[in-house]
Design a protein around this ligand. Structure first.
Ligand SMILES: [Zn+2]
Length: 345
């Protein structure tokens, strides 16, 4: 059958396959040559790790469930606390470790790995990234050096291939010096997730849920099935004002309304404390997004300027929530702009 198909292929087709074959064998060779130089790259690993300034932050590895451990960043802005403002988790199985999110600097990732090593010597085989934003990905190279496969949601390249990614990196090299510096690199994923994906490692079943554009250009969550723990990335913020940036808050809201949390033991958000009551954590983010959207929806319909719109609303219900000052006004502005866009669709 296949031979017959081949015979019927015209010359241009053969040429096409020849080109594809040549290209793919080049890629293959490249991978092979990387493999053979493993020893050299290991050497580089130690050299580059030793160039990473040692972090001084307080980082405690907390056990959340039988297999899930996490570290929790503070609620400040991105450049406070050496950039340790986001959370990351490690799921330790009998056959290796899965890490969720890579923290905001290589130094933080290095400290996180040290903490993991205090409880397990298993290899770190995968690092799953909730989304491509600076505070979750600048530590990726450390996990890559450990041999981990980097897994990220489709949409990562919308961030990575736009000038914003480099501009942000340049900006952080100044605002987060020396923790982010010339050696800090943003790595691409090895595997891209574009649909619900399940895998098993050791005794644990994992479920990656691809969410599309919500908080960022591509988001995912990870469910650790046996432990009934949901790692939500920045879909949910606990005890602090969310960052909404250029989010698609319409889709984000829809997703929050759909989350089935009935059997969850705990939910670890991308920022803020673990939610032992996942329901209330989801409600908080949901309420924030709903309120800001409905107030700005009204303003857009009334054709108010942003300043008029912002000042016309009583925001006092959110004022005492951490990160209000640093995040709220800019969130409202982004949502105001996106609603203007939505109104023109
Ligand atoms: Zn974040």
């Amino acid at each position: 059958m296949y031979a017959r198909k081949l015979k019927t292929r015209s010359l241009p087709y053969l040429f096409y396959w020849l080109v594809i074959f040549t290209l793919s064998s080049c890629t293959f060779k490249e991978i092979k040559s990387n493999d053979t130089s493993k020893e050299t790259s290991k050497q580089n690993l130690y050299d580059s790790t030793s160039n990473i300034p040692e972090s001084n932050v307080d980082m405690e590895l907390i056990k959340l469930s039988e297999h899930v451990y996490y570290v929790q960043g503070t609620s400040g802005i991105a450049t406070e606390n050496e950039g340790f403002i986001s959370n990351a988790a490690a799921i330790i199985t009998g056959e290796g470790i899965v890490v969720f999110d890579a923290l905001g600097t290589p130094s933080l990732a290095s400290l996180f790995i040290q903490k993991i090593r205090e409880v397990s010597n298993q290899p770190i085989v995968k690092v799953i990234v909730s989304h491509y934003h600076a505070d979750h990905i600048y530590g990726l190279s450390l996990f890559k050096q450990q041999g981990a496969e980097i897994i990220a949601p489709l949409g990562y390249s919308d961030y990575l291939d736009l000038p914003i990614a480099n501009q942000r990196l340049e900006e952080r090299r100044v605002s987060l010096a020396p923790w982010v510096n010339e050696t800090t690199k943003i790595l691409r994923p090895d595997t891209v997730i574009e649909t619900k994906t399940v895998f098993t490692l050791g005794e644990i079943d994992f479920e990656i849920n691809y969410l599309g554009r919500a908080h960022s250009d591509g988001d995912l969550t990870l469910l650790v099935k046996q432990d009934e723990v949901l790692l939500s990335g920045d879909l949910i913020f606990e005890g602090r004002i969310p960052f909404t940036g250029s989010a698609n808050t319409k889709h984000w809201l829809e997703l929050l309304e759909q989350i089935d949390n009935s059997s969850l033991h705990a939910l670890l958000p991308g920022h803020g404390a673990v939610a032992k009551d996942p329901n209330s954590a989801i409600k908080q983010t949901l309420n924030y997004l709903k309120t800001v959207r409905s107030k700005m929806q009204f303003a857009v319909e009334e054709m108010m300027t942003f300043d008029e719109a912002y000042d016309s609303v009583d925001w006092s219900e959110f004022e005492d929530i951490p990160a209000f000052k640093s995040a709220h006004r800019i969130n409202v502005f982004g949502i105001y702009l996106s609603l203007e866009e939505e109104s023109m669709e």
